[in-house]
Design a protein around this ligand. Structure first.
Ligand code: GLV
Length: 326
């Protein structure tokens, strides 16, 4: 008999074909998040689930899912999972690290360059017919990226992919992380560890690549923004909540920092309307990993994890290895 699984939200047809071949699939083909009560109801009697970032998985959603063995997130971040509650329920949890590093690093650079050179505001100006002819003092002076200092807060796989791209811009790269990189990795990324105060003080472009947790909540708030250069740009493709959005809006409005490129927000998808009034911020809708190839690779990675878990093997990206000892 095939194992029974839930897929909470629309995936790619080729991913669903693979799941249908292996499992009895309860599939929500709509690209809308199921309400928590519906997830809870549909998890009852299931052996596994493929979930998306928009699904909160916690003690309530797991309450009726006695036979559940694994929940497999199609994302590298898993702050939508209450990992302690999932572990307490005896369920394996997995994520999709690795496959999205380069695409997300590309997005960080897209926002960095767009913010530095005011690309979005300039595009809007041209479209609005405001361009009257070329001028030397054109009012569009941006910030040089080449030879500037790139700071990275959080130096995991994606942070390192961001750092490697800086070589082409002849940048100095500094980073802050709880742990220093292995010296070989520092050489590969041409990056130097600094304390957080130095990172804030010296970065011309500060890229956030931290996971979100209570420990990283508002890691960038009013005090950190005040410590940055007035010419600096802040880039966040990690998670909303790492930045205190209210403090950032005030710093941007008062030009205490020069600009920001944001792919993630506190309370997303709700946008603080004050962001929309600022011309020195570039806003994208949490598209860090959004190329078709990468989103498909993420779906397939989550399926690899689910297949392994339900075959009784160790899933490649197990988040709660204590489950194996249990
Ligand atoms: C996207 O935000 C992810 O965590 O994969």
């Amino acid at each position: 008999m095939k194992a029974k699984i839930l897929v909470t939200r629309a995936l790619f047809p080729e991913a669903i074909d693979r799941l249908n071949a292996a499992f009895e699939v309860d599939y929500n083909p709509e690209d809308r998040a199921l309400p928590p009560a519906e997830i809870a109801a549909r998890l009852a009697g299931k052996d596994g689930a493929i979930t998306l970032l928009s699904d909160r998985i916690d003690a309530q959603t797991l309450a009726g899912a006695a036979g559940l063995k694994a929940v497999c997130n199609v994302a590298v971040g898993y702050n939508n999972y209450d990992l302690a509650a999932i572990t307490a329920a005896g369920v394996m949890a997995t994520n999709t690290p690795g496959v999205l590093d380069d695409t997300t690093a590309d997005t960080a650079w897209a926002l960095l360059l767009a913010s530095a050179r005011r690309i979005v505001a300039a595009d809007r100006w041209v479209r609005n017919g405001q361009w009257q002819g070329w001028k030397f003092h054109d009012g569009w002076f941006g910030q040089d990226v080449h030879h500037a200092t790139l700071g990275i807060l959080g130096m995991g796989r994606i942070g390192r992919a961001v750092a490697r791209r800086a070589g082409g811009f002849a940048m100095r790269v500094i980073y802050h992380n709880r742990q220093h990189l292995h010296p070989d990795q520092e050489t590969e990324c041409a990056a130097t560890w600094v304390d957080k105060a130095t990172l804030l003080r010296e970065s011309d472009f500060l890229v956030l690549m931290l996971p979100y947790s209570p420990a990283t909540h508002h890691a960038i708030g009013a005090a950190e923004l005040a410590a940055m250069k007035p010419t600096a740009h802040l880039i966040n493709v990690a998670r909303g909540g790492i930045v205190d959005d209210g403090a950032l809006i005030a710093a941007l409005a008062e030009r205490r920092i020069a600009g920001a490129g944001l792919d993630v927000f506190e309370n997303e998808p709700a946008l603080d309307p004050r962001f929309a009034d600022l011309d020195n911020v570039v806003l994208t809708p949490h598209i860090g990993s959004s190329s078709r190839a990468t989103r498909l690779a993420m779906a397939m990675c989550a399926i690899d994890n689910l297949v392994a878990a339900l075959d009784g093997r160790r899933p490649p990206n197990l988040l709660n290895p204590q489950m194996l000892a249990a």
